[in-house]
Design a protein around this ligand. Structure first.
Ligand SMILES: Cc1ncc(COP(=O)(O)O)c(C=O)c1O
Length: 389
């Protein structure tokens, strides 16, 4: 795959490119879009091939017989993550936001507390609030550029009203891959406080630098009766348009409860999405390895350049393609930082305030694009903050 190739995504209903002017005031004429988490790369050829086959078949009817689809997921989980999944554990959803929203609706009651570790993917809090549950935020501790959980502080703050923890592993926005020991502590915490543990592992294939992602159920198999794992091929292979994800539930009682809720809402898989996912899992491994190596290269270039700007720190990623950059050392206000990035550098990046009220001076930059675009972005950022040199 030629990851260097720049593909013009304008006028394709691309959220990332076609909305950047209205959302960030950055004109696509000269702007660089580095916000929402999709890649500017085409997926593995087998994926486009699967869609072409659907088109060649002409008739766009209902999807049926999901055995090969589930088997492709099972094989991937076994080979890439050492996790043995049974077909009946897998439920298909319209993406992972839909997946955790369904879990919240199914397993908690109105006004229950749902714990999240902030900063975190903004749709966690948004979905919890929309369901009229309470967001219980536990702020991660930035220990020399590396986030850590403070379970003691979280424990001290509990009221007994909490019934679920929604966990992000690997972590978006910092890219942190949690160690097996950290995951075990989280599962034990949930056991101790009678919380259902929902682990969103959408970024789990995009890991580099010798880091090892551990599926929550493998880190704490003794707690799998209260654990639900959310996975998808959509971040791995850049298939956001397929809006297809999995809720994987090993425990039969939880499964029955979930099945009832999903049936009540008429949740069914989408044929385009399921065919894309199956093709990607079956034939996309080489593409993924090349992609991860490419992103790792982009990450190094970006970090090296950004970390030279006085007061700016780009957190070292273990995974994901989302650089998490702390501008607080510049002494500038949030407005001034945004002005320099959006107006001077003409770059659209995700605002840190989305992820936590404590991270207003951070921005998240999407590095899944051609290397020349990353280099251009770093040049522009260096220029935008040149007075600090
Ligand atoms: C942790 C996490 N979960 C879910 C999603 C979105 O999933 P989907 O597009 O399948 O709804 C994202 C997207 O960035 C994410 O970072």
């Amino acid at each position: 795959m030629d990851f260097d190739k720049v593909i013009n995504r304008l006028d394709t209903h691309s959220l990332k490119w076609d909305m950047m002017e209205s959302l960030f005031g950055v004109s696509p004429k000269n702007g660089i879009s580095m916000w929402v988490a999709d890649m500017d790369f085409p997926p593995p050829e087998a994926v486009t091939g699967a869609v072409k086959t659907m088109l060649a078949n002409q008739v766009m009817g209902y999807y049926g017989d999901d055995r090969s689809y589930k088997q492709a997921i099972i094989n991937w989980m076994s080979k890439r993550h050492g996790w043995q999944v049974e077909p009946e554990w897998i439920f298909t959803t319209h993406g992972l936001v839909n997946a955790f929203a369904l879990c919240i609706q199914t397993f908690t009651e109105k006004n229950d507390g749902v714990i999240i570790f902030t900063p975190v993917y903004h749709m966690f809090a948004k979905t919890i609030k929309a369901a009229e549950r309470q967001v219980i935020s536990s702020e991660l501790v930035n220990n020399n550029g590396r986030y850590e959980m403070d379970l003691e502080a979280l424990e001290a703050s509990l009221t007994g009203n909490e019934t679920m923890m929604l966990f992000c592993s690997p972590h978006n926005p910092s890219g942190r891959v949690w160690t097996a020991q950290e995951l075990k502590s989280v599962a034990e915490f949930c056991q101790k406080h009678n919380l259902l543990l929902v682990s969103d592992e959408i970024h789990h294939d995009l890991v580099f630098g010798g880091n090892q992602h551990t599926i929550m159920s493998l880190a704490a198999p003794e707690h799998s009766a209260r654990t639900i794992i959310l996975t998808a091929a959509t971040k791995t292979f850049n298939l956001a348009a397929s809006l297809t994800g999995n809720v994987i539930i090993a425990d039969p009682a939880l499964r029955a409860q979930y099945a009832k809720s999903a049936a009540g809402l008429g949740i069914a898989g989408n044929a385009f999405g399921m065919n894309m996912v199956e093709a990607a899992y079956k034939h996309g491994e080489k593409w993924l390895e090349e992609c991860v190596a490419y992103i790792d290269g982009n990450r190094k270039i970006f970090d090296e350049a950004l970390n030279q700007i006085p007061g700016v720190v780009s957190m070292k990623l273990d995974s994901t393609y989302l650089a998490w950059v702390d501008f607080s050392g510049t002494g500038m206000s949030r407005e001034e930082i945004a002005k320099r990035v959006q107006i001077k550098a003409e770059i659209a990046a995700s605002p840190g305030l989305q992820y936590s009220k404590e991270t207003g001076l951070f921005l998240r930059f999407n590095l899944a694009c051609s290397r020349k675009v990353v280099i251009e972005a770093t040049e522009r950022l260096k220029l935008a903050f040149a007075d600090l040199q």
